[in-house]
Design a binder for this molecule. Structure first.
Ligand code: PEP
Length: 251
């Protein structure tokens, strides 16, 4: 059966010292607890190797927030999937709406990134989601379907089965507005049906679909109680153990 996951996306926050302190504190907080979900921290690239050296990967897994769409070579400033994997990271967030909006990442570029991540044994946490105008026009299902189809549906069933999806309505990211529990369940079920129509029920039922967008201690329990919500991708609330742990313990 599919995994429950709570993944923290630190975005461009925390210097190296602060990142180490946060992860040490998180590690102590999870120590000895029988958690019902996998806990992942997705740090800035520069922190990966150091944070990887500090964490017990049985307790807290490590992820990056991006990787290049090229294998290697003259791409100044880029970080390849192979480099990410060489730090000990096991996950990589791809297709976050901030990458799509501010750095021009298209579904075609993301398709390249996903394939390179998989080739380097990284698990993509692949983000999809609509903007407010699309939600208001009732187009959210069509938007997420197109994102999945264009970026992921040329993968083999075996490769698709390695992916984690994160539904993140863009209007809920960092805004304090959360999708209602019913809205989340409705679109998560639609996403699972879309996967089932392409890859079959077994793959769809084993795909973890996380919710992201102003998820916090107050709403995580209700969101995660839905049958098709398998955890959360957490931004702001992942920056402090006091706000992250109640989400981890919401399962
Ligand atoms: C995110 O950016 O992935 C996210 C969910 O952010 P926040 O929790 O701050 O809305």
């Amino acid at each position: 059966m599919r995994k429950n996951i709570v993944a923290g996306n630190w975005k461009m926050n925390k210097n190296l010292q602060e990142g180490q302190d946060l992860v040490k504190e998180l590690q102590s907080a999870v120590f000895g607890k029988a958690l019902k979900c996998e806990v992942i921290v997705c740090t800035p690239f520069i922190h990966l190797a150091t944070v990887g050296g500090v964490i017990d990967k049985n307790k807290v897994k490590l992820g990056a927030q991006n990787c290049a769409d090229k294998v290697s070579g003259a791409y100044t400033g880029e970080v390849s999937a192979e480099m990410v994997a060489s730090t000990g990271a096991q996950y990589v967030i791809l297709g976050h709406s901030e990458r799509r909006a501010y750095y021009g990442e298209t579904n075609a570029i993301l398709n390249e990134k996903v394939k390179l991540a998989l080739a380097n044994n990284l698990t993509p946490i692949f983000c999809i989601g609509e903007v407010l105008a699309e939600r208001e026009a009732g187009k959210q299902n069509a938007v997420v379907k197109k994102q999945i189809e264009e970026a992921l549906f040329d993968l083999s069933a075996d490769d698709f089965a390695k992916i984690v999806l994160a539904y993140e309505p863009v209007w809920a990211i960092g805004t304090g507005k959360t999708a209602t529990s019913a809205q989340a369940q409705e679109i998560h079920a639609f996403i699972r049906q879309t996967v089932a129509a392409k890859y079959g029920k077994t793959v769809a039922d084993s795909t973890s679909i996380l919710y992201g967008g102003s998820c916090n201690a107050g709403n995580a329990k209700e969101l995660f109680a839905n049958p098709d919500v398998d955890g959360g991708l957490i931004g702001g609330a992942a920056l402090k153990v006091d706000t992250f742990m109640p989400i981890v313990e919401a399962f």
